[in-house]
Design a protein around this ligand. Structure first.
Ligand code: NAP
Ligand code: MG
Length: 501
């Protein structure tokens, strides 16, 4: 445990932390109408690093009004090639401010520096550039029919793809900047305007990003950022009758609330929710690659990751070797502050989250699973917990059913069951987000992937994420898809026009 080690931050990050953090509405930085503040804590030190505004329904009203006005203003007249250029400029700004953004993401969320840098470079920058390149490619079709055949004369029918309108984007704390960009990039490429509500626990990178948005030439009101609590700012945004679409990433529980909040004006809703993803390891898997793959699948971001592979089903013949290998990896993680480069395992986001995870670990033990390693809090400052592995897990145990959102891996065995029987066990969950299959037999890989009821399945890797690959959940893991062309579609609506002549 090395989180007591000294770390340094750049002058610019220090200046930003010490500045006043305001709401970004209609191109201005303003205080919330209540004047209340939310403290922001570094989860690795438990120390306050900043205060942000606690926006409420009045602030959401102002932000939605700004977004509505901007939708039909200058923004609607900017040619799509120029919209693309603006997104490229925003991406350039991220590259130019890479160090500050990475440091802030580590301080705010607790993730290791290497991961912050990887995610900002390979997802933040790439998402903006990928969707920038879509902007001029958005177009409709001509449809060669003669509607109402009785009507004399020729006709032409064409479709146009229009921005869906004002978007409310509500994001979680586990990868704050990337989730904000994942919503903003396709929304702006489509010509929409936006009100962003970051998670109360991790608002800083999104606020810094607001300053980059200002610099990039995006007209005022196109992007608005309202920090605040879910039950006030988030609720007001999702209920707002002048919002056309909510895009939400977070828990299934809040996702259901968003759906009921949307009924007032039947706004469109995209949901990326929780997961309990299976990892299936066959006896012919290459264990040299599978062992680190399985460890990363679960322990990446300390398990606070919607696509985490938290339920491993392993063939009995390779069970012990896999368990020992993953245990050795879990025990080799350097736990500590993410700004110390050698650390690769950070804290959980909050004390509340740590208590929740400890409760699940105790339940795992009391319900009869075997604790192989971990299970303890790390008793120094910061919300750290050891990477934890259970074997002898069975389907009815709480740890096998509920999303823990922490570093807890549950391992079950299979013998000579058929692929269908293994899939039935893997699919015994209300979730359906991700999953992976590890085997040297390509037919087994494809057959098994087809049987897993998830929006994404990877073979011999876990959770392959890329700007161009659609991602989203089946069952209670969500509605719709983000990333790729489908991610763009959800910010567009089709208008059909027919002319008779
Ligand atoms: P959460 O509690 O659902 O919060 C997500 C966002 O919703 C936050 O901004 C939150 O604000 C806001 N919110 C809370 N209550 C609300 C309400 N009544 N109305 C409107 N907004 C509300 O989730 P979390 O704890 O931050 O994140 C963990 C969950 O997210 C996990 O279940 C995980 O699986 C899921 N997740 C899914 C994906 C995916 O792509 N499928 C990705 C990442 C995370 P506050 O911050 O103020 O609470
Ligand atoms: Mg929450």
């Amino acid at each position: 445990m090395s989180n007591k080690q000294e770390f340094t931050i750049s002058e610019e990050t220090r200046r930003f932390l010490d500045s006043e953090h305001l709401l970004f509405i209609n191109g201005d930085w303003v205080k919330s109408s209540s004047g209340e503040l939310i403290p922001v804590i570094d989860p690795a030190t438990e120390k306050k690093i900043a205060d942000v505004q606690s926006g409420g329904s009045d602030d959401i009203d102002s932000a939605v009004k700004a977004a509505r006005d901007a939708l039909s203003g200058e923004w609607s007249k900017i040619p799509s090639h120029d919209r693309a250029q603006i997104l490229h400029r925003l991406s350039d700004e991220i590259e130019a401010n890479f160090l500050v953004l990475s440091e802030l993401e580590v301080l705010d969320n607790g993730m290791p520096m290497e991961l912050a840098q990887y995610s900002i470079a390979s997802h933040g920058v790439t998402l903006l550039r990928y969707y920038a390149s879509w902007a001029p490619k958005i177009h409709g079709k001509t449809i060669p029919v003669s509607p109402g055949g009785a009507m004399n004369g020729d006709s032409l029918t064409y479709t146009k793809r229009e921005p869906i309108g004002v978007v409310g984007a509500i994001v979680p704390w586990n990868s704050p900047l990337i989730f904000a960009i994942l919503k903003l990039a396709p929304a702006l490429a489509a010509g929409c305007t936006l009100v962003l509500k970051p998670a109360e626990l991790t608002p800083l990178t999104t606020l810094f990003f607001g300053h980059l948005i200002e610099k990039s030439g995006i007209p005022k009101g196109v992007v608005n950022i309202v920090t605040g609590l879910g039950e006030s700012a988030g609720d007001a945004l999702s209920k707002h009758n002048d919002v056309d679409k909510i895009t939400f990433t977070g828990s299934t529980e809040v996702g259901k609330k968003i759906v009921s909040s949307s009924v007032g004006n039947l706004k469109k809703v995209t949901l990326e929710l929780g997961g309990k993803s299976p990892v299936i390891v066959f006896d012919d898997a290459d264990l040299e690659k599978t062992i680190p793959g399985v460890a990363r699948a679960c322990f990446f971001l300390q398990g606070q990751n919607c696509m985490a592979g938290t339920r491993v089903f392993v063939h009995e013949d390779v069970h012990d070797e896999l368990v020992n290998g993953v245990k050795a990896m879990a025990e080799s993680f350097q736990i500590g502050h993410g700004l110390i480069q050698t650390n690769d395992f950070g804290p959980l986001i909050s004390e509340e989250q740590r208590k929740r995870v400890i409760k699940y670990i105790k339940q795992g033990i009391s319900e009869g699973a075997t604790l192989i390693c971990g299970g303890n809090e790390v008793n120094e400052e910061g919300f750290f917990i050891e990477p934890t592995i259970f074997t002898d897990v069975t389907a009815e145990m709480t740890i096998a059913r509920e999303e823990i959102f922490g570093p807890v891996l549950c391992i079950e065995k299979f013998g000579n069951e058929s692929l269908e029987e293994i899939a039935n066990r893997a699919n015994q969950t209300t979730y359906g987000l991700s999953g992976s299959v590890w085997t040297s037999d390509i037919s087994t890989g494809h057959k098994m992937a087809a049987l897993i009821d998830s929006g994404q399945v990877s073979i011999n890797c876990h959770a392959a994420v890329d700007s161009a690959i659609p991602f989203g959940g089946n069952k209670q893991s969500g509605w719709g898809r983000e990333f790729g062309e489908e991610g763009l579609d959800s910010y567009l609506k089709t208008k059909a026009t027919t002319v008779m002549y």
